[in-house]
Design a protein around this ligand. Structure first.
Ligand SMILES: C[S@@+](CC[C@H](N)C(=O)[O-])C[C@H]1O[C@@H](n2cnc3c(N)ncnc32)[C@H](O)[C@@H]1O
Length: 265
């Protein structure tokens, strides 16, 4: 859909085809809403912030300033994890979702794995407010616990052992932050900035997840294009991991890592 079509379908609560098959006139209020939306877009605001929602794995996710807009490559991460977990043929999974943002990953698992419980951690109060609302909209709020915490503290304080640790952490190198497209720069820096080389979170995530996983447990995370080699090195240096694999996204780039904590499943 074009931006205008998206705005009009959001204002009129109709489908794209309704726009062309029914001559629905705009009231004065709706015309003003439409003009405001176009003005915000012209100022570089992401379309999803303007209409207030997006879709992730076919699920509605409310978004707005202060929360990362879920991306299609993160759907690829969720798909790989679902494939991995289906091998285990268990009914119940206990999952840790690090840097939950809109809650998209946790909510997708809660919808698709009826026997799973998720703990979702994020340092941002604004992001967590969206995540809680999205869990409610999607009818899974009873199976997700949202925790407002810096993950660097959480990993030491929390005593649970998980079947899977999943994360889409910030991974853009700091020096690239001001080169991002204008609309991406409207998203929170906290959700994007992965430190000087973009690998800050992985240096912590790869060793600390060993302490949080059950034997044979699954670590899966998204990473940036071109970061694979450094991540391979990190896994090697840390040790304790088996079956380390790097998977491609829909355009053929390596963007997802999965590994198992050493031991028998
Ligand atoms: C790339 S976003 C991912 C959001 C969501 N999981 C997704 O895939 O769309 C990273 C998230 O990590 C959170 N974050 C950044 N630093 C953090 C920290 N030290 N502790 C916990 N969460 C953090 C940000 O607030 C942001 O929501």
């Amino acid at each position: 859909m074009t931006d205008d079509e998206l705005f009009l379908t959001a204002i009129l609560r109709c489908s794209r085809s309704d726009l062309y098959t029914q001559a629905i006139p705009l009231t004065a209020d709706q015309q003003k809403q439409f003009d405001d939306m176009k003005h915000r877009r012209a100022n570089g605001e992401p379309v999803q912030y303007i209409v207030g929602f997006t879709e992730f794995m076919g699920l509605r996710m409310d978004v707005g300033p202060g929360v990362l807009i879920p991306r299609p490559e993160t759907e690829v991460l969720v798909d790989y994890v679902l494939q991995e977990l289906s091998v285990e043929k268990k009914r119940e999974y206990f999952i840790l979702d690090i840097g939950t943002g809109s809650g998209c990953i946790a909510i997708a698992f809660a919808k698709m794995l009826p026997g799973c419980r998720v703990i979702s951690v994020d340092i941002s109060e604004t992001a967590l407010a969206f995540a809680r609302r999205n869990a409610e909209i999607n009818g899974v709020k009873d199976r997700i616990t949202f925790v407002e915490r810096d993950v660097f503290w959480f990993m030491d304080e929390n005593l649970d052992r998980f079947d899977a640790v999943i994360s889409n952490p910030p991974y853009i190198p700091t020096f690239q932050m001001d080169k991002l497209p204008q609309d991406v720069q409207k998203e929170p820096g906290l959700a994007l900035d992965g430190g000087p080389d973009g690998l800050h979170f992985y240096r912590f995530l790869i060793p600390s997840s060993l302490r949080k996983l059950k034997t044979g447990g699954l670590l899966a995370f998204e990473f940036g294009d071109g970061q694979r080699k450094e991540l391979e090195k990190l896994f090697d240096e840390v040790g304790g991991w088996d079956k380390i694999r790097f998977n491609k996204d829909n355009v053929g780039k390596f963007r997802v890592a999965v590994a198992r904590k050493q031991g028998v499943i």
